[in-house]
Design a protein around this ligand. Sequence first.
Ligand SMILES: Cc1cc2nc3c(=O)[nH]c(=O)nc-3n(C[C@H](O)[C@H](O)[C@H](O)COP(=O)(O)O)c2cc1C
Ligand code: SF4
Ligand code: SF4
Length: 265
Amino acid sequence: MFPNHISNEIKNPKVHAIYFSPARSTKKVVEAIASGISDDVQIHDITQGIQKQVDIKPNEIAVVGVPAYSGRVPALACEYLQQINGNGARAIVTCVYGNNDYQYTLDELTHICGDRGFIPISSGAFVARHSIFQEVAKGRPDKRDLDKARQFGKQSVLHTRVSAGGQQKLKGLHPNRPVGEISLAVKTDSNCNYCGACARLCPVGAIDFNNPKKTSKKDCIACARCIEMCSYNARKFKGLLYHIARKRFEDSNQERKEVEVFIPL
Ligand SMILES: Cc1cc2nc3c(=O)[nH]c(=O)nc-3n(C[C@H](O)[C@H](O)[C@H](O)COP(=O)(O)O)c2cc1C
Ligand code: SF4
Ligand code: SF4
């Protein structure tokens, strides 16, 4: 028999939900995975950076999630994750993508977690509404996805309680190629009431605080956070090229993709 506090640590371990999630889908998935493991969840939303280094304790568990951007971990997320120390704690590695392909994202995030001192114990790729082409995978993650996320969290920990570690099967090789850049114009329309929320929440400060109708195309990473966060529905991707790409993308990504998880036996 274990003393009470140790037995509680095993049954209800401290879990850190760590995510970069501009349009808030990754947040939903990571929080669902964490809630499948424990009631004791600490949230670390790193979308707008981290104030100071975070140290995870070796007996704690982290669920680390990012969206796929051009099949990769977003560059900003890579940068912010350097502020987190795993200290030998177990990590559940998660990516969320817009029903097209996550390519190297999981593999790359697994490497990053390892480099930060975590022991990656499982990984999962989940589908969510595409934040640029918003008709694709609309309504996801849905109840089925979130149920799977909770189950995935629970199973990851059950399988690895005795011996942490082990190699999960990875989908792709970590590529040494530059992160793809997406150049899109986000415009503000006449519904804007100048509340300033978009400027405050933009992860790269691309929106002018004094005039939210001005967005720096050079700085914008097309993450769609301002579109998601504007209560007046005043911001949208615009332009002929965007509309042509959107039609093509919607036509070729209609088929529902399912959650993929990798848990070592
Ligand atoms: C810049 C950018 C690039 C993206 N690239 C991909 C991609 O390569 N494959 C894909 O299926 N979805 C892609 N997506 C869609 C996102 O991965 C998806 O919408 C995700 O749910 C966004 O997470 P968030 O809501 O936490 O921000 C991309 C989205 C953005 C903004
Ligand atoms: S959040 Fe919307 S309403 Fe507020 S300043 Fe930005 S665009 Fe305008
Ligand atoms: S302006 Fe660009 S980078 Fe900033 S929140 Fe909007 S889409 Fe994201």
